[in-house]
Design a protein around this ligand. Structure first.
Ligand code: PEP
Ligand code: MN
Length: 341
């Protein structure tokens, strides 16, 4: 973005007014050394073109055409999931097992995540697995089990859709449709999921650039999605000790510069239960709108992603505290780390 200046104004005054808005101006001079305008980098907040145009001394605002106008038009607006607003209030906890393994397992898991302050139950019915021989979920059966378990605790349901053929079935049971990391650029699936007209949780592809992730969100909105919540779940790095490399800067960029609803999935990001609470807190400190966390009543028995499943006690360490007067909201209680005292 670039602003040109009126010749009669003092560039220093225009510069400080621009800085006060939270943008970062870099001066451009003509051959005689006179400052004729500023290139603007988004700093901590999205500022509207109208507001920039109203700065004293700004003659013209030159903005490149956006590649994702539908997303931009929704900046700073929350996404509603079964009456729960995500994006403009306290962070929301979404939790549950990697896979829905049985009716009993998801019933116990729902009670456990509700007790930890979660508002959304997660669980895979259709699982993307690297091996064709691994447990791939109970499909339609699991959707019914999960819906009943969630309803008995007033929880919303988020679950993955892997195939265009399953969109209607999943949409009948879920409140939030999940597009997984491996499918972030499955464009036909994005169109089919968007056409369901529901809110969508869009995981970042494990090798996707931020712009590609945004464009995948634009696909969903263009197809009719009611809203898009972006989920950072880590990108592939070089070291297997953590499953992926968590990109908190990407989450912060989408949240603070683009004004989009963002949650972080520390479970798939780090792949090991010991680091999940602390990385979750790091994401919350960056201002994200919630966490998506894998939790299992008996992690050792989990049929998928056992190493990253939190048990009931570990889930409680996330310290999501339901606010009694408004059960739609959850608040994070930060424990002061020792190095701050
Ligand atoms: C999941 O959340 O169930 C999942 C498979 O995650 P991802 O798509 O991020 O790997
Ligand atoms: Mn998983």
């Amino acid at each position: 973005m670039f602003v040109t200046l009126d010749e009669r104004v003092d560039p220093a005054e225009a510069q400080s007014e621009l800085q006060a808005l939270g943008v970062w101006p870099t001066a451009h001079q003509d051959e005689s050394g006179r400052i004729v305008g500023f290139a603007l980098a988004a700093h901590s907040a999205g500022v509207s073109i109208e507001r920039l145009g109203a700065v004293n001394g700004v003659r013209q605002v030159l903005a490149p055409q956006s590649k994702h106008p539908l997303l931009d038009a929704r900046a700073n607006r929350p996404v509603e999931v079964a009456g729960l607003r995500i994006g403009d209030g306290p962070p929301v906890l979404m939790a549950g097992p990697c896979s829905v393994e049985s009716e009993e397992q998801i019933r116990v898991a729902a009670a456990m995540v509700a007790a930890a302050g979660a508002r959304v139950l997660r669980g895979g019915a259709f699982k993307p697995r690297s091996s064709p021989y691994a447990f791939a979920g109970h499909g339609a059966l699991a959707l019914g089990w999960m819906r009943r378990a969630a309803d008995s605790h007033g929880l919303a349901v988020v679950t993955e859709v892997m195939s265009e053929a399953d969109v209607d079935l999943v949409a009948e049971h879920a409140d939030l449709l999940q597009v997984g990391s491996r499918n972030m650029q499955s464009f036909a699936l994005l169109r089919a999921v968007g056409a369901a007209g529901m809110p969508v949780l869009l995981k970042r592809g494990f090798a996707a650039r931020i712009e590609e992730w945004l464009l995948a969100g634009e696909y969903l909105l263009d197809a009719g999605a009611a809203g898009v919540i972006f989920c950072e779940r880590g990108v592939r790095g070089v070291d297997p000790q953590t499953r992926n490399v968590i990109d908190i800067a990407a989450a912060a960029l989408l949240k603070h510069v683009h004004g989009l609803p963002v949650v972080v999935d520390p479970s798939h990001a780090v792949g090991r239960r010991d680091l999940i609470p602390v990385i979750g807190r790091a994401a919350l400190a960056a201002g994200v709108d919630g966490l998506l966390v894998e939790a299992h009543p008996d992690p050792a028995a989990a049929l998928s992603d056992a190493a990253q499943a939190l048990g009931p006690d570990e889930l409680a360490t996330l310290s999501f505290v339901p606010v009694p007067e408004d059960r739609n909201r959850a608040r994070i209680r930060y424990r002061q780390p020792p190095f701050w005292s």
